[in-house]
Design a binder for this molecule. Structure first.
Ligand code: DP6
Length: 520
């Protein structure tokens, strides 16, 4: 693991395009780039030319929109000079599976043993932000995750890079008129605003974001879930918003193992998601190793993939289509339980749930039993944090139940994050029926969110700017998180001058100011 900073080349700050949704490279929903991506910025060769003296180039075009910047590059066709860095910043959402993927039939191509189905969560609350730059001056690929440099030679990152470049080459044809040379090395900085590797699908958002940033960097459009899948299986589902199915596919080359949107997030506007963060710790057994061990040793997993999942998928799709919370909730809980049963059936067994997770499961069942129907449904990925689905009208009461069951350890500040939660008086009869012995501090905080689109944040979040991981300020003390500092390094190394996050977009930096925006 390396941490040295890339050599900085200080130049006059350049404008990075702030592509709004529906415009420029950000594209519209009907646009050609299919993905969850909010393209926040891209500076291209035109902008770089400005950095090199600002003569006769399109720095202004870059301010106005990357699309224009890029269009000019291609208009010039073969005349385009290879002037250096291109920089792209994208965001991507997390998804949570309600019919789980667990097990690969091809570990290299990342082909699953069963199809899966997930809900994409809103980027206002959970997202990865990735800045990618390519430059002739880079001597090697480099990658920073949440501010720490990690090995960029890792096969999955390289597979994504290779695939995006292959698509770029295909698109460009024999006559490579693109200004961005495909042999340039890349620098990538990626940051999550939620706990990494704690069963909150960080790799899904991470690779979806990486692939989207690289695709935009190289001007690749079209179906990209197949490429994201090469980074992490679940990442292919984060390339789309709303309710998404990842088809197992039949082909050995994986060309049909792609994600497909079943319904947009607007299909079920009342659906809400509460993430009960129990632990921010990295899990002991990663998904990749865990599922391989299950494939090798669990007869239950084989049975599940062959006999259980196919029927569950069609049933789940129907419940979603009919907005049937009872059916959706029950099946979500059953599938989560079966996934964790296969973990227990693995030899040696894998334990992702802990005592608090199990207490939450029991609480959800008592709550539903008290109401005589399914009002909340839990699901757990490869970690102890609970994801609870509920309808809007249930949120306030259930949060009050959780608060009573797991009272905040501190004064309760920031116990509730994300979308607003109203204060509900907890009827004593309900409390007596569902609240067991309270366990103070067991739930660290609750994040309230909802299904989200494939790309973009609300105008409000953009206006506030992008808040990155809570805490983790860089030693510079100017309010930046380490991840933000890494992104700046990438930008600076790419010759883009000094940049910071202000007003939801990368802007020329104002030194000494706090770029990390207010909490969303
Ligand atoms: C439990 O996608 O992280 O979250 O393909 O090896 O990268 P790799 O695994 P990953 O596994 C996710 C497993 C899960 C269930 C799911 O998201 O469907």
């Amino acid at each position: 693991m390396r941490t040295a900073l890339p050599a900085l080349r200080w130049r006059r700050p350049l404008p990075v395009a702030s592509c709004r949704q529906g415009a420029g490279l950000g594209g519209s929903e009907a646009g050609p780039l299919r993905g969850p991506i909010a393209a926040i910025g891209r500076s291209g060769p035109a902008a770089e030319a400005a950095a090199n003296g600002g003569r006769g180039c399109h720095a202004r075009a870059a301010v106005g929109g990357a699309a224009r910047c890029r269009a000019r590059g291609s208009e010039r066709g073969g005349m385009a000079e290879e002037r250096g860095p291109a920089v792209v910043t994208c965001t991507a959402p997390v998804n949570i599976a309600v019919i789980k993927y667990w097990g690969k039939r091809d570990t290299d191509l990342i082909l699953p043993i069963n199809s899966s189905l997930s809900v994409t969560l809103h980027q206002d609350q959970l997202r990865t932000t990735t800045t990618a730059a390519a430059s002739r001056d880079f001597t090697e690929d480099r990658l920073w995750l949440n501010g720490e440099e990690v090995d960029a030679a890792q096969p999955r990152l390289q597979a994504c890079l290779r695939e995006v470049r292959r698509l770029a080459r295909k698109r460009r044809g024999d006559e490579d008129a693109s200004p961005l040379n495909l042999s340039y090395k890349v620098h990538v900085a990626s940051e999550n605003n939620f706990p990494t590797a704690a069963g909150l699908a960080s790799s899904a958002a991470g690779y979806a974001c990486l692939v989207s940033a690289l695709a935009r960097l190289y001007g690749v459009e079209g179906e990209l879930s197949e490429v994201a899948r090469r980074g992490s299986g679940s990442a292919c589902r984060s390339m789309l918003g709303g309710f998404v199915q990842w088809h197992r596919g039949e082909r050995p080359d994986g060309r049909d193992s792609v994600a497909q949107q079943l319904a947009p997030e607007t299909h079920w506007p009342e659906l809400r998601v509460l993430i009960l963060v129990v632990s921010g710790e990295k899990k002991a057994v990663g998904s990749t190793a865990g599922m391989q061990s299950s494939v090798d040793t669990s007869p239950l997993l084989k049975y599940r993939a062959e006999a259980v999942v196919p029927e569950r998928l069609s049933r789940m799709a129907r419940h979603i289509q009919e907005r049937d919370f009872e059916g959706f909730g029950q099946l979500t809980m059953q599938d989560s339980n079966q996934f964790h049963a296969t973990c227990l059936d693995t030899f040696p067994p894998i334990f992702y749930l802990n005592d608090v997770s199990r207490a939450i499961i029991a609480l959800a069942h008592r709550y539903n039993a008290h109401h005589g129907r399914t009002k909340v449904a839990y699901t757990f990925d490869a970690g102890p944090n609970a994801v609870i689905f509920a309808l809007e009208d249930t949120v306030d009461e259930f949060v009050a139940v959780v608060r009573r069951s797991f009272p905040p350890a501190s004064n309760g500040d920031r116990f509730l994050r994300g979308l607003p939660v109203g204060t509900a008086a907890l009827p004593e009869e309900l409390a007596a029926a569902v609240v067991a012995e309270p366990v103070p501090g067991a739930v660290r905080y609750i994040l309230h969110t909802k299904p989200g689109p494939r790309r973009g944040m609300s105008k409000e979040t953009k206006r506030q700017g992008l808040q990155m991981s809570p805490g983790g300020k860089s030693p510079s003390g100017c309010g930046k998180t380490q991840g933000e500092a890494a992104r700046e390094m990438v930008l600076e190394a790419a010759g883009s001058g000094c940049w910071g996050w202000r007003r939801g977009a990368l802007q020329p930096a104002r030194h000494g100011t706090h770029w990390a925006a207010r909490p969303a």
